[in-house]
Design a protein around this ligand. Structure first.
Ligand code: B12
Ligand code: SF4
Ligand code: SF4
Length: 254
């Protein structure tokens, strides 16, 4: 069964596949899996490689690489879930790369329904690097994950023999927001401000200022580049304007 699932996913173009038994998934801050899928027994975790677009100094092109991989990942995730239901007799539920997630004042929008880093680690796809991302032993840090929960009883894949991160610190030095200075912790407010300048924080700042502005100043604000970028972000969805920590990592670079 394990090999049959992996073969199908790899043929779709997924870079690597790991499987974790739910008891090996431990993410203290995330919702309990039981609240998402009562009776879930395992998860199939799919790994995709971010293209070299993440090195582009042009933020639109860098972001476009992410949009490509997210669109591809949504389709592969659905197809693998469909395969689990059709060919393996499972009940399958998909976990997206990023959204939707429960975004509220308590979680601040930084806790996914399932933590895909912890899922990838439980599925043997890598280990936490100094940048708090999962580093795959052969493919490196430029990895994006999705997952499928199911009631299939399958044991976890073995973890890599050693952590591929050699603590070279290049990711920490590359971070323009100094969000990685403290080991084992990403300062997510610093990261968010830099990596999603037109996200929720940007919207709150803009609209608060707008509410207090005079009619003349409001007109000016609507002609400003910042508003135009907010507008674009609104219809594209998530916008990541920084890929520096993952792009700086030398592991697995060709
Ligand atoms: C919300 C979110 C963010 C938030 C908050 C991040 C955070 N600290 O949790 C912000 C906006 C800041 C963010 C930034 C980024 N993100 Co993000 N993000 C997510 C999302 C949607 C949810 C994360 C979550 O649930 N966090 C809450 C829980 C899990 O965190 P936690 O328990 O506090 O655990 C953290 C620490 O305690 C620590 N930790 C826990 N145990 C251990 C053990 C050891 C040994 C160590 C060292 C650390 C450690 O690591 C965790 C990360 O900080 C996931 C997708 C998903 N559903 O998982 C993507 C995800 C984590 N993001 C991803 C990426 C790539 C990024 C960015 C590079 C932005 C970009 N351009 O894509 C940056 C990287 C920031 C960084 N270096 O940490 C990828 C990571 C892929 C990978 N190779 O690991 C994910 C998995 C998306 C995906 N589908 O692949 N992200
Ligand atoms: S995404 Fe950018 S701002 Fe966020 S931790 Fe990585 S390098 Fe720093
Ligand atoms: S850049 Fe260096 S320190 Fe950072 S994750 Fe990669 S190997 Fe580890």
């Amino acid at each position: 069964m394990r090999e049959k699932i992996k073969k199908y996913a790899v043929e779709l173009g997924v870079e690597d596949v790991g499987i974790a038994a739910v008891e090996d998934y431990q993410s203290p801050q995330s919702p309990a899996l039981e609240s998402i899928y009562p009776g879930a027994k395992s998860m199939v975790v799919l790994a995709y490689r971010e293209l070299s677009t993440c090195e582009s100094p042009n933020p639109q092109i860098a972001m476009n690489g992410r949009l490509d991989v997210m669109e591809f990942s949504r389709s592969c995730n659905y197809k693998v879930a469909q395969f689990l239901e059709r060919e393996c007799g499972a009940k399958a539920m998909t976990v997206p790369a990023s959204w939707p997630m429960d975004i509220n004042n308590k979680t601040k929008g930084v806790i996914g329904e399932v933590s895909l880093r912890h899922a990838a680690i439980a599925a043997g796809l890598g280990a936490f690097g100094r940048h708090n991302l999962v580093v795959h032993p052969q493919l490196g840090s430029r990895m994006i994950f999705t997952a499928i929960l199911s009631d299939l009883e399958i044991t976890s894949d073995a973890p890599p023999k050693e952590n591929p991160c050699d603590q070279c610190n290049q990711c920490v030095e590359a971070c323009p927001a100094q969000a990685l200075n403290e080991e084992g912790k990403t300062d997510f407010f610093k990261c968010l401000k830099n990596s999603q300048p037109y996200g929720l924080g940007g919207n709150i700042r803009f609209w608060s200022k707008f509410a207090d502005a005079s009619p003349e100043d409001r007109k000016e604000m609507l002609r400003d580049d910042y508003f135009w970028r907010l507008y674009q972000a609104g219809f594209i969805g998530f916008q990541y304007f920084c890929f520096k920590c993952l792009a700086a990592c030398p592991v697995g670079q060709r």
